[in-house]
Design a protein around this ligand. Structure first.
Ligand SMILES: Cc1cc2nc3c(=O)[nH]c(=O)nc-3n(C[C@H](O)[C@H](O)[C@H](O)COP(=O)(O)OP(=O)(O)OC[C@H]3O[C@@H](n4cnc5c(N)ncnc54)[C@H](O)[C@@H]3O)c2cc1C
Length: 343
């Protein structure tokens, strides 16, 4: 069947991570036609879960916290739906002593964080939202009081309003490729946002791996800043898969080394947790070029001045974590609905 090479919609959302998925939900309730586009093979962005052998491991976000009522309402719904559960109330900090519990629930998702994104996407699709995965947008330009997005495989999208949820350095590159100029204040505000990188090792372990309760350890400032046992987390019943996230310095200093070299260094740092006889059956490396924002924009989203409706949202806006990204997506979409002419 011949696929159409052009799609038109009210709202085009680039990025189907948590910010884009939440935003699409708002647009839907406003009865707008919405298209979501993501370059990944599947939805989720940094809500990422990978299978290795018979096991499963979260290799992006590990858990989420709740600070605001607006997000709490969503999390309670996800709990009622059997998606989210409380994993822990705190982590150990570098010792094998019992975990430091501070009373704040840390939530995880059954079968891995990406399941939450898949669930949100399935609900959106059922309600008529078109989601195009595996489509990389390469340039963005204003056109006819709206926007046109060009993709790497020649497909174009046009929309009355555009919401960009990739990390701002990536969004700015798409606008620059379309020779689109932002107002100087907007350009400066977005150009100030920088991200840390993260090298994340996944290790399929045979034998005992000694982590304190609840099967995770936070080690700020060390070579490996986070270690989690996905089996004890409850998402990998059939195999012990360890997620090890390197700290920002190690990730920066070793970014250009071969996967095998990085994994060997990370495995050496994990040795202290191995019992005699424990062995690594398989390991894989995931590189996050845009892991966590080092600087954030002080508002929940940025609405571009002097151009057709264009908003920027995601975890760089008022909250460098899942909750911040979700609330940013919701707020940006509500604003976009208010400034677009009636559907
Ligand atoms: C290793 C790691 C650990 C983390 N741990 C935690 C944690 O424990 N708790 C927590 O709350 N947060 C954590 N975070 C942060 C959290 O994952 C993010 O804040 C949140 O998921 C960001 O969501 P987002 O929608 O803003 O961005 P993203 O999830 O990055 O979504 C942006 C999407 O845009 C797409 N995209 C980019 N460019 C294009 C293009 N040209 N065309 C089409 N699509 C494009 C990408 O494919 C991506 O899917 C962690 C992040 C990392 C990397």
């Amino acid at each position: 069947m011949i696929q159409p090479s052009h799609f038109h919609t009210d709202v085009l959302i680039i990025g189907a991570g948590i910010a884009g998925l939440m935003a699409a939900n708002v647009c839907l309730r406003q009865r707008r036609r919405v298209i979501l586009v993501d370059k990944g093979r599947a939805v989720g962005g940094r809500l990422a879960t990978r299978r290795i052998g018979p096991g499963r491991a979260d290799h992006g976000a590990q858990f989420f916290t709740v600070r605001e009522d607006a997000f709490a309402a969503w999390v309670h719904r996800w709990q009622r739906q059997g998606l989210a559960y409380t994993w822990a109330h705190g982590w150990s900090h570098g010792s094998l002593h019992p975990s430091h519990a501070d009373g704040q629930p840390r939530y995880a998702v059954h079968e891995g964080m990406n399941t939450l994104a898949k669930h949100l996407a399935a609900d959106l699709q059922e309600a008529g939202v078109a989601i195009h995965t595996g489509v990389q947008i390469t340039a963005l330009r204003p056109r006819d009081d709206g926007w046109q997005a060009q993709s790497a495989d020649g497909v174009t999208f046009s929309a009355r309003g555009l919401l960009l949820t990739p990390p701002p350095p990536q969004s700015l590159a798409l606008l620059a490729a379309g020779q689109t100029t932002l107002a100087p204040a907007d350009q400066d505000a977005l150009a100030r946002i920088a991200y840390s990188t993260c090298l994340c090792g996944l290790f399929w372990i045979e034998g005992a791996f000694d982590l304190p309760e609840p099967g995770a350890l936070q080690l700020p400032g060390q070579t490996i800043a986070w270690i989690a046992d996905n089996q004890r987390k409850g998402i990998s019943p059939a195999a012990c898969l360890i997620t090890a996230q390197a700290g920002p310095e190690f990730s920066r200093d070793h970014w250009h080394r071969e996967d095998g070299e990085v994994l060997a260094l990370m495995q050496a740092s994990l040795r202290g947790f191995f019992d005699p006889g424990t062995r690594v059956r398989e390991s894989q490396l995931k590189r996050w070029r845009y892991s966590l924002p080092l600087t954030t924009h002080p508002q929940r989203f940025l609405a571009a001045q002097g151009l057709p409706p264009l908003l920027f949202a995601g975890d760089a806006f008022d909250g460098p974590r899942i909750e911040g990204a979700a609330l940013s997506g919701l707020a940006a979409a509500a604003h976009l609905g208010a400034i677009l002419s009636p559907a």
